[in-house]
Design a protein around this ligand. Structure first.
Ligand code: 5MM
Length: 345
């Protein structure tokens, strides 16, 4: 019963023409994003910002699910409705980030482990009771001189698998996010090599932990060169390398792959998602679970002011719609010119 429900949820999350909004920024991350716009980060400003996003008219046409932060799942909208019900009323599936961030790994300088397994079984029960239907856990891998190390990859893969197993035990679909960071001067092929190794290790661990792959969603990075790499790489090369990596690492039972944006610009992330979807058939749905690449224009437009809500919602709706097109391979860069809001001050 639980398995059938989870498979249905997983399919709905990666349904044709829709994708996921990652709105699960932890307090330091949302604080940094707000600070860039001069907005003070308080419980109330975070609540108002997220209510603005979730109440965007017709947003469920492009957004299938939203990943929430623990604070948000307990908050209420201006009219007293639980935030999670604002999403459900829109026809959006609520999910929850359950990891508790990263800590440095002892004796492995520059590498981190993701924490959050302690008490997770009880927290998952509570989140399901509150209405969440999927979960997310992010592991962070850094490319550098002799990095990432195998112990770091293996430790994070095992934690992702433990998280996924516990989530499914609670009837929640796990989004497994092993993010290989873009920071660095590494080449496209180095990113492909590392990401392939990470993904293979993660799927080995998921199998060892008897996780049902039909009820798992993978949230990987696209294969890109490092942010300080000087090579000129085309969108098509990125799409080709990304698909080659996924074909060699991700079992076909997985229903969907939703990319993180990882600091790409909004337009870059959309163009690359589109190119990936244009390159022929793949066994999985290929969609998005962007944070920054869905929110950047909306956040800058909102700027903490009630007066800007409608315009910010238009900016969010535009970006979500363009990514929904890209997720179907139907995006064209000309579409960027016809949006409501071309904002970024
Ligand atoms: C939205 O940011 C998420 C939370 O990150 P922190 O725990 O570090 O605050 C993050 O996991 C996000 O879901 C993914 O990294 C994708 O976001 P981007 O911005 O890379 O698309």
């Amino acid at each position: 019963m639980k398995t059938a429900e989870m498979q249905g949820t997983a399919k709905a999350l990666v349904a044709f023409g829709r994708g996921i909004l990652a709105a699960d920024e932890s307090l330091p991350t949302i604080g940094a994003r707000f600070a860039e716009c001069g907005i003070e980060s308080t419980g109330e400003s975070r609540r108002a910002y997220r209510e603005m996003l979730f109440r965007t008219p017709h947003i469920a046409e492009s957004i299938s699910g939203v990943i929430l932060f623990d604070e948000t799942i307990r908050q209420h909208a201006d009219d007293g409705m639980a935030m999670i019900d604002v999403l459900r009323r829109q026809g959006i599936i609520p999910g929850i980030k359950v990891d508790r961030g990263t800590e440095p790994l002892a004796f492995l300088p520059g590498e981190t482990i993701t924490e959050g397994l302690d008490g997770l079984r009880e927290r998952l029960e509570e989140y399901r009771e509150l209405g969440a239907r999927f979960t997310k856990w992010r592991a962070v891998l850094k490319i550098g001189h002799q990095l990432p190390t195998m112990p770091c990859i293996a430790a994070n893969a095992n934690l992702l698998a433990s998280f996924a197993a516990l989530s499914q035990e609670a009837g929640l679909v796990p989004i497994v996010e092993p993010e290989v960071l873009r920071d660095g001067d590494h080449t496209l092929s180095r990113c492909e090599e590392v990401t392939s190794q990470v993904l293979r290790t993660v799927f080995q661990a998921l199998g060892d932990h008897r996780v049902e792959l039909e009820a798992v969603i993978l949230k990987p990075n696209m294969i890109t060169p490092g942010t300080r790499c000087m090579d000129r790489i085309s969108t098509e090369q990125i799409a080709e390398a990304t698909l080659r990596c996924l074909r060699g690492s991700v079992p076909s039972e997985v229903p969907g792959i939703v990319f993180l944006s990882g600091g790409q610009t909004e337009v870059e992330a959309t163009e690359r998602l589109n190119a990936i979807n244009l390159r022929g058939t793949a066994p999985w749905e290929l969609s998005f679970s962007f944070g920054r690449a869905l929110q950047e224009s909306a956040l800058r437009t909102w700027n903490g002011l009630v007066a800007n809500v409608a315009e910010a919602q238009a900016a969010f709706a535009d970006r979500a719609r363009l990514n929904a097109f890209a997720r179907n391979g139907l995006y064209d860069s000309e579409m960027e010119k016809n949006q409501h809001s071309l904002v970024c001050n």
